[in-house]
Design a protein around this ligand. Sequence first.
Ligand SMILES: Cc1cc2nc3c(=O)[nH]c(=O)nc-3n(C[C@H](O)[C@H](O)[C@H](O)COP(=O)(O)OP(=O)(O)OC[C@H]3O[C@@H](n4cnc5c(N)ncnc54)[C@H](O)[C@@H]3O)c2cc1C
Length: 405
Amino acid sequence: MNYNDKKIDFIVFGGGITSDVLSLMLKNENKQFYVLDDNKNDKLVNSPRSLAISPSSMNLLNYFEIDFPFEKLNEMRVYESDLSNNKIKSELVFNNEKTLSYVVKYNDLKDSLLKKTKSLKNRLELDNFSSFELEKNLIKLVMKDGKEIFAKNIIFTQKIDSTLLSQFKLSYKEKNYNQKAIVATLEHKASHEGVAYQYYDNGKPLALLPLSKSKDLYRSSLIWSLDDYLADDILSNQDLKDVLHEKIGHLYEDINISEGPLSFDLDKFLLKGKTDKRLIFVGDSIRMMHPMAGQAWNQSLRDVSYIADALFESKNLGIDLISTPSFNSFKRIRKIESEGITNSIDFINYIYTLDTSISKGFRRNLMKFVNFVKPINKLLISEAEGGILRRPSLLLGERPGSKRI
Ligand SMILES: Cc1cc2nc3c(=O)[nH]c(=O)nc-3n(C[C@H](O)[C@H](O)[C@H](O)COP(=O)(O)OP(=O)(O)OC[C@H]3O[C@@H](n4cnc5c(N)ncnc54)[C@H](O)[C@@H]3O)c2cc1C
């Protein structure tokens, strides 16, 4: 894409799946934008990662006709356990007789997004990035080769570095879990029947998400969060298969690892501080949470959906995006929602790692309470599905602006 006057609406910072969806949304709204990205060749790297996508997020992906294989997750069983000693201590079941979420392999999703965004051809190399200068009317992007582009707004989709943080007077409040998530794709003969399992095994979440079948074999995605040293130990000994037989052999006797394992460092962070309103932060640029609840990308799509409604309002009222009431409520509501969800997941992770008798009793009673008090159970399902408070238009599968925020 060649914008003649180099004055555009947006610069999108980052080239992951959030940036891809954002690009489709901006294109749909006829906005001019460049994507600043280090993904030089738009090539897929082999990755065994899977994502649980909420029904609301699926509405948005369907709206943009993003097509990929998925498996429906119809029930989620959560256990407090000590699997090596064959002990299940308490159980919590989520099942509202509807699809709770859709499990998709990251690569299938990314592949489909790459096909959709390829034609936009509006990428700039992050390696060639020099600086942003916040001028009175526009933001100037300066590239190392001297190219200058002027934009009304920048939307950040990925964590920013210390140079940009200090330029914008922002900071990350970070917590390192000293944990790694081991991810792998497992094959087994027995059916998973669309059930996901989450074992808090001696406090560490081991999740199995149902995946679509391959060559007559059922597949599950493993996401197992462990203390760094334990994860490193399993990976360096290359004995994941044996460890899994010991832990989950009761569920699937004949586990084979068809992809992975790979590990991800686990951190939590939240972006702090006030800066120029023209700098917009979404997704992993603003928050990172523990993966045990499978919520991070769903939250990113929620950000994108709010901005889509605000763009509609900006066009309708003939004012800048950042002056719209929707954009201002986006900033307020999303800050509360985002910090709420990140901190709640952190709290759950914390209470499962505690080993005192009070914490054990608290966990068991809480699980029983949520299991048997149906309104609470349903409330948690609705929140995971895409929010109980508000759902912007795209999360309902509707044209941006059709639902007032
Ligand atoms: C173990 C784990 C499990 C998670 N589970 C869930 C979940 O169930 N539900 C949920 O909503 N969120 C989940 N998340 C969070 C989710 O993965 C991130 O929020 C999301 O990927 C962020 O997207 P992004 O746009 O910031 O960057 P990403 O798309 O993650 O990409 C970051 C960068 O790496 C490149 N890249 C990454 N992988 C590839 C690849 N295979 N091929 C080519 N390029 C690649 C991208 O182009 C980009 O430049 C999980 C995260 C982890 C670590």
